[in-house]
Design a protein around this ligand. Structure first.
Ligand SMILES: NC(=O)c1ccc[n+]([C@@H]2O[C@H](COP(=O)([O-])OP(=O)(O)OC[C@H]3O[C@@H](n4cnc5c(N)ncnc54)[C@H](OP(=O)(O)O)[C@@H]3O)[C@@H](O)[C@H]2O)c1
Length: 328
């Protein structure tokens, strides 16, 4: 039986989002581990919507616009009001000056370009992908506020930065009386918990919606890799960032997750996602399935409930620290 989708509101806003967001980074050809198959990408998006997911996350930089174009074609014939579409700006889209960053010029240029690629009149959530040290935050916030005033953007969000910078962005928006960020995308999963020591307490106290990226640690937490063997397939075979998660500390977490999954007749992916969904601060993990069976397995995590002792077992091997080596 298909799991019933659950919904929540994004942070303190009234916008309703599914408790799993569909990550669209895999749709494109930018990296060897991506789908590079438009028909399969469209099927995945269709199935996600059929399962009740109403929330899609992409970025201008994902395969330099290809992901947005694929999402655009997927939503073209749908009732736009039923969908929550999120994209991002910051990383360079070409070589040369003004190719990236968060200047008023680049933000306004890329907002238009994203709307064209997505084939839509507005995005629901427009996110800054990273902090730009070269642009005053006042300039970025005023450009984002303008997009909201123009009706091109419904809400603004942020992603992955030091807590003090995010706090500065929030109080600057209040002082300047412009739209403030309503959401944050941190890297957050059972083995990457550094944000517990960074931005998550800010989100909790400020009513910011938390949308964890890489909720399965790029596939590590599905239990598909073997401690004693080099990965021959899966993302970790070609992606160093994912392979760097093969540490003793992380295998110890996975051992607990595997044991809990066995006892509960669930899969390690489902237990890992359930762990995130049990965190009050988390609104919607952004899952990045590459196949329909991944998606269906991941959605069924909504049916898994963990007790406090299981949560403790998963958390015991790691003490969250920020900054974490090799992380933003
Ligand atoms: N804000 C940011 O800076 C940022 C950064 C990264 C990502 N994101 C967002 O977060 C989304 C998700 O990130 P992610 O793709 O790293 O998430 P993830 O869910 O941790 O990893 C996804 C990968 O894990 C494997 N996988 C997923 N479910 C599986 C299952 N049930 N069984 C076996 N393998 C499975 C697949 O890779 P293989 O089959 O290839 O092994 C899949 O591509 C992205 O699409 C993007 O929207 C945001």
């Amino acid at each position: 039986m298909a799991s019933e989708m659950a919904y929540t509101t994004l942070g303190d806003t009234g916008m309703e989002i599914s408790r799993l967001c569909l990550g669209c980074m895999n749709f494109g050809s930018g990296e060897p581990w991506m789908l590079n198959d438009e028909a399969a990408s469209q099927e995945l998006i269709d199935r996600a919507l059929e399962l009740g997911i109403n929330f899609l996350d992409t970025a201008n930089v994902y395969s330099r616009g290809e992901s947005e174009e694929i999402v655009g074609r997927a939503i073209a014939e749908r009732d736009r009001s039923e969908l929550v579409v999120a994209t991002k700006v910051y990383f360079p889209m070409r070589d040369g000056p003004n190719a990236g960053g968060l200047s008023r010029k680049h933000v306004l240029d890329q907002a238009r370009a994203s709307l064209d690629r997505l084939g839509t009149d507005y995005v629901d959530l427009y996110q800054i992908h990273r902090w730009d040290d070269e642009t005053p935050i006042e300039e970025t916030l005023s450009a984002l506020d303008h997009l909201v005033d123009e009706g091109l953007v419904r809400y603004v969000g942020a992603s992955t930065m030091p807590a003090w910078k995010f706090t500065k962005a929030l109080y600057t928006a209040d002082v300047e009386n412009v739209d403030r960020f309503v959401s944050m995308q941190p890297e957050y999963n059972a083995v990457d918990r550094h944000e517990e020591a960074n931005v998550l307490p800010v989100c909790e106290s400020e009513g910011i919606g938390v949308l964890p990226w890489s909720p399965l640690a790029g596939g590590f937490l599905t239990g598909k890799y073997d401690r004693d063997a080099d990965p021959e397939s899966g993302r970790a075979a070609t992606d160093e960032y994912t392979a760097a998660r093969f540490t003793e500390e992380n295998w110890a977490v996975l051992d607990e997750i595997r044991a809990i999954a066995d006892a509960r007749d669930a899969t390690p992916a489902q237990v890992s996602l359930a762990w995130l969904l049990h965190k009050d601060v988390v609104d919607a993990p952004i899952v990045g399935p590459r196949r329909i069976d991944h998606l269906e397995e991941n959605v069924a995590a909504l049916d898994v409930s963990l007790d406090p002792s299981e949560i403790e077992r998963i958390e015991d091997p790691i003490t969250p620290r920020w900054p974490a080596p090799g992380k933003d």
